[in-house]
Design a protein around this ligand. Sequence first.
Ligand code: AFP
Length: 346
Amino acid sequence: MNNKVTLTQFLIEQQRGLPDASGTFTLLLNNIVTACKQISHKVNRGNLIGVLGSAGTENVQGEVQKKLDIITNDIMINALNWTGHLAGMASEEDDDLITIPAQYPRGKYLALFDPLDGSSNIDINLAVGTIFSILRCREGVEPDIEDFLRKGAEQVCAGFVIYGPSTMMVLTTGHGVNAFTLDQDVGEFILTHPDMRIPEETSEFAINMSNQRFWEPPVQRYIDECLQGVQGVREKDFNMRWVASFVADVYRILTRGGVFLYPCDLRDPERPAKLRIMYEANPMAFIVEQAGGLCSTGREAILDIKPTGVHQRVPVILGSKKEVERIIRYHQEADAKGTETAKGMG
Ligand code: AFP
C-alpha cells in the first residue's frame, strides 16, 4: 500500500486542517466505515450464508423487507449506538427514531441512513448500497423530531457505499467529493477517485420509463426531446440507463455525467414521489452539488427543503448542471403557462 492514501489517513489529515476539531467526527466516520465493511462482507457472501430472499415483513413504507434489509439495519445500529458520538439515529427500516441505549453516553451528531438501498436488486446480484447523512445536534439533550427535521444544506457529511464489482465509498464533508475503493486483501478503503467532478453537459438520462403516463408535462417534454435525438430540438442522440438502484445510478453520474429523474408522479396524490428526502435525496444532493452538479425537485432545490417528516418523500432530479437547469426551466415555463391559463379562465 506504499504511497496509497487510506480513508483513515485522509480523514485524519482533513481533521488536522480544522484546529477546533476534537476527532469525534473522524471516529464516527470510522464506525460507519466498519459497519459498511461488515455489510460488504454479508452482501458478497450472499446465499453462501443464507442472507438472500424476503424476510416476510414490511417496513414503515409498506415495502416488503429483504432479510438483508434487516441484517444491514442491525449492523448499522449496533456499530453506532455505543460509540458516544451520536445523540440519535433514523433509518429507512425503522418507523420511529432510534434512541441511544441508556447505558451509553450521548454525542453531538445524528446519523440518518438507508442501510441497503436498491435491495430489490439483491436477489438478481446487482449493485446495492448504503446511504448516510450526518447532522449536528444540540448537546446534552435527548433529541426530538425537530432536531432531525433539518434542511439538507445543514448536513455535516454525506456519503454512500456501493457494493458492486468493487466496494466503494463516496464521501463529502462539504469540501468536494472523494471516492475510496475497498482493498479486500487488507480491509482498508483506499483513495482512488479524488475530487470527483460531474461534467456540466450530458447526453445520457436515467428514468423509469414505465411510469411515463404519470409524469407531469415538463418531464414529458424533457424526455420527449431526448428521445427525438438528432432530429429533434436537442440535435443529438441520447442514451438511457436505469439500474433501479439509486447508489449505482448516482455513481454513474458522478463518473461520466448524466441526469437522473424520479419525478413527481400523478398516479397517487397520497404518494406523489418515491425517494425519501432525509436518507436518500439529501445525502445524494449534497454529494452531487459538491461535485459540481445540481439537484432539484424541478421547482425547488432539494437542499433548501425543510422536511416535515423523517420518512417524507420528494421528487428528485439530479446530475449534470446544465441539464438539470434545463429541466427546472421547463417546470417554470409549464407553471407560468398554467397560471396564464388559470387567469384567462378567471
Ligand atoms: P428498493 O430499495 O426498494 O429496491 O428501492 C430502490 C429505490 O429506492 C432507489 O434505489 C431506486 O432509484 C428506485 O427505488 C427504483 O425505483 P423503481 O423500482 O420504481 O424503478
